[in-house]
Design a protein around this ligand. Structure first.
Ligand code: SAH
Length: 228
């Protein structure tokens, strides 16, 4: 009897302990990888502290979820390094009233981070299985302000445009013109541009009227932007 009670107690406690351990790792990730490298935006930091990154990676990657690197999420795709997620989030200067479009849902992690800060997130994934999984995961985790769609993100999401910000998380060879069109006046887009499998440049595109200003930020390495 005593043993049975102990076993039930342990089974109940184990997941709680595990969550505590992940929370500790997440706090260390924010301090060591993100704050110490100069990310200051308080909303971005709070979102990085909150979103349970370990629930966005495959089971066999969970123990690595808070490490300082990208991780495989299946089908040859990756979830970006935590610092890059934070960097891209801070750069678009997200505000609570924003509507943001993301191209490349992948695991859904970046969308979740954005959804903690802004009013509405729209995210598009080209690989059907990944899109379906991301959508199910975000639903299960109760993210209510994210809409998902499986399509070629090159064309953006016309019915929901214009957007305050657009974030592309796959490396394009050039900036897709439909995405610039779907950006609001005063809007910002962040996109890695360059040759697939080589180092690319993270570019910031700022739109004012019918003019755009493009600034090259940091070298990055993303999976390729695919076309249907
Ligand atoms: N933001 C993701 C990681 C992105 S990895 C996360 O937080 O986990 C890049 C993703 O972009 C991959 O899942 C890839 O399938 C997707 N992708 C590549 N080209 C695309 C396109 N044209 N439209 C939409 N998604 C695309």
């Amino acid at each position: 009897m005593k043993t049975a009670i102990l076993i039930i107690f342990a089974l109940f406690l184990l997941p709680v302990q595990q969550e505590k351990e992940y929370a500790k790792q997440r706090e260390a990730m924010v301090k060591k990888q993100i704050e110490s490298r100069g990310i200051k935006d308080s909303a971005t930091l709070a979102a990085m502290r909150k979103v349970p990154r370990h629930l966005f990676v495959p089971n066999d990657q969970m123990v690595h979820a808070y490490e300082d690197r990208p991780l495989p999420i299946g089908l040859g795709q990756t979830i970006s390094q935590p610092y890059i997620v934070a960097y891209m989030t801070e750069v678009i200067k997200p505000k609570p009233n924003f509507r943001v479009l993301e191209i490349g849902s992948g695991s859904g992690y970046q969308a979740a981070v954005l959804s903690e800060i802004v009013k509405e997130v729209y995210t598009i994934e080209i690989v059907e299985t990944l899109g379906r999984e991301a959508s199910a995961r975000l639903g299960k985790l109760n993210y209510k302000n994210i809409q998902t769609k499986t399509a070629d993100g090159y064309h953006g999401w016309k019915e929901k445009a214009p957007f305050d910000a657009i974030m592309v998380t796959a490396a394009a060879e050039y900036i897709p013109p439909p995405l610039i069109e779907q950006l609001k006046d005063g809007g910002k887009m962040i996109i890695p541009v360059g040759t697939p499998f080589m180092t690319q440049q993270l570019m910031l595109v700022e739109k004012t009227g019918n003019k755009t200003r493009t600034t090259s930020l940091i070298p990055v390495r993303f999976v390729p932007f695919k076309r249907n």
